[in-house]
Ligand binder design. Structure first.
Ligand code: SF4
Length: 483
């Protein structure tokens, strides 16, 4: 994109393709002293200057042949200086309504995508190679930046939380006398104890790549997780009071609308968990859908709206833009298909189901499904709209089944375990059937997934607690429209 911008817009003198941190200072110094006439041989790798328009652009062995500067060692990056922002903020008319957070960076690239990129993801550009700051440094930087600006909200701008931070950073954050409020994007395959650890360390808002509640769709996107695990994750996050930003992505090549009917059928069971939103898939540059489009049967064209923005030929647009549409899809905008119950009844049902879920989540009395165990009997309180009873008493074999389902046990394994203790198949069938009929368990991916939380569970942070900061619209003076 940078090379095309440079080649096609002669009023742009210099472009840095890739990560500019390490070269920006010296480049600016050079431009100030030498202007537009820096010979191409004197420009750092990844920088295009006027001389390249004459001599031709350099190329590399990368997939798109375009050079791209990349930082190898995150450890050496300087801390950002936000002081001009805070000086402005003090003077702002809205100072008392803006509650800022500190955007901080601890890694680049994606350790999951490095091995197996999600088919839709173009987030990492050409540098998916994962690079991270050491965990100790990350904690030190949080402490230093928080002290410098007097703020405890921290939004990590990373694509994905580093694996070793669980062992090496979270304990130090947990031990701090005053906790930070931290946001991280994370891989969705977290375990229960990891969610608990995050919450204890102040990471009370996460964006896991949940993306769907159907394992077949998750497979299409190469997400490396399952619907059963995603439901478990939503449950644990609700248990430990970790807010989740997530979506049901739809529109994947090869998906079946019938799968969405199945998703829709399970949504009412989840009303005590945090809802997501439905979002149509968009084809991004750098994603497998883009660079291996033929493999997925796609013929991608630049998204139509770009033609109104850039006065470029179709060929240049292809090199210039980030979003694409499938030429074979006669509904490229997605509006028709999304709104057409005849063409996508399953998807329509999911959209309606998610709306209903959101409505119930924002009701003054949020639905509850939680249980306590006396050691002999589970007492389950259920205030979901689909509740069969508001109080269930679950004993004996059914209690064992519900406890095992709390861990998302594979059904065959549970059956084997119970059979080994001389429980008859008919009793097992009846126990599982009753727990599912009471809507306390769902079957997903050959697993029995128990839905109740454990009582007591942690309160969920409110919208205003977003670690990236928030703007308090409620306090707007009369006459200023709400955004
Ligand atoms: S979607 Fe997230 S996990 Fe998947 S490749 Fe992109 S950054 Fe990595």
């Amino acid at each position: 994109m940078g090379r095309t911008t440079h080649a096609r817009f002669p009023w742009v003198n210099y472009i840095v393709s890739g990560e500019a941190d390490a070269l920006m200072g010296a480049l600016c110094w050079d431009i100030l002293h030498r202007g537009k006439d820096i010979p191409s041989a004197d420009l750092p790798f990844g920088v295009f200057g006027p001389a390249h328009r004459e001599a031709g652009y350099p190329s590399t062995s990368r997939r798109d042949l375009v050079p791209r500067a990349a930082i190898k060692n995150m450890r050496d990056l300087p801390l950002p200086d936000f002081s001009d922002y805070f000086t402005e903020l003090e003077r702002s008319l809205y100072a008392d309504r803006i509650h800022p957070g500190l955007p901080l960076e601890f890694s680049r690239g994606c350790w999951w995508g490095e091995r197996s990129p999600c088919t839709f993801c173009g987030l990492n550009g050409g540098s998916i190679t994962y690079r991270q700051k050491p965990a100790e440094q990350a904690v030190e930087e949080m402490i230093e930046m928080s002290a410098r600006y007097g703020l405890s909200r921290i939004e990590a701008v990373d694509n994905i939380l580093a694996i070793d931070y669980f062992e090496k950073a979270l304990p130090s954050l947990t031990a701090l006398p005053k906790k930070f409020a931290i946001f991280f994007e994370v891989k969705a395959n977290l375990k229960r104890h990891e969610v608990e650890k995050l919450a204890g360390a102040g990471v009370r808002w996460i964006q896991p790549g949940i993306e769907s509640l159907d394992t077949r769709v998750l497979k299409l996107m190469g997400k490396g997780t399952t619907a059963a695990h995603n439901v478990q994750l939503l449950k644990w996050c609700r248990q430990y009071g970790v807010r989740v930003s997530w979506s049901v992505l739809w529109g994947f090549p090869g998906e079946s609308d019938a799968w969405y009917s199945e998703i829709a059928a399970c949504l009412p069971l989840l009303h005590h968990l945090q809802p997501g939103r439905t979002v149509r898939l968009r084809y991004q540059r750098y994603s497998p859908y883009h660079y291996a489009s033929g493999k997925y049967g796609l013929k991608l064209l630049p998204a139509a709206s770009y033609r109104y923005v850039y006065p470029l030929s179709e060929g240049d647009l292809k090199d210039q833009v980030y979003y694409f549409e499938d030429n074979e899809d006669n509904d490229v905008g997605g509006h028709y298909i999304a709104g057409d119950v005849n063409r996508r009844p399953g998807l329509q049902a999911v959209a309606r189901g998610v709306d209903a879920w959101l409505r119930s989540w924002y009701e003054p009395k949020r639905p509850i499904l939680s249980m306590r165990d006396s050691g002999e009997e589970l007492t389950v309180e259920d205030t979901r709209a689909i509740a069969v009873e508001c109080k269930h008493r679950v004993k004996g074999l059914k209690r064992e089944i519900l406890l095992a389902a709390d861990e998302g046990v594979p059904e065959t394994l549970l059956r084997k375990r119970l059979a080994a203790t001389n429980v008859r198949q008919a009793e097992i069938d009846a126990g599982i059937a009753e727990m599912t009929a009471r809507k306390l368990i769902i079957r997903l991916d050959g697993r029995l997934v128990g839905l109740p939380l454990w009582h007591p569970y942690q309160p969920m942070p409110g919208m205003t607690a977003f670690p990236g900061g928030y703007f308090d619209r409620r306090a707007m003076p009369v006459g200023i429209p709400r955004a």
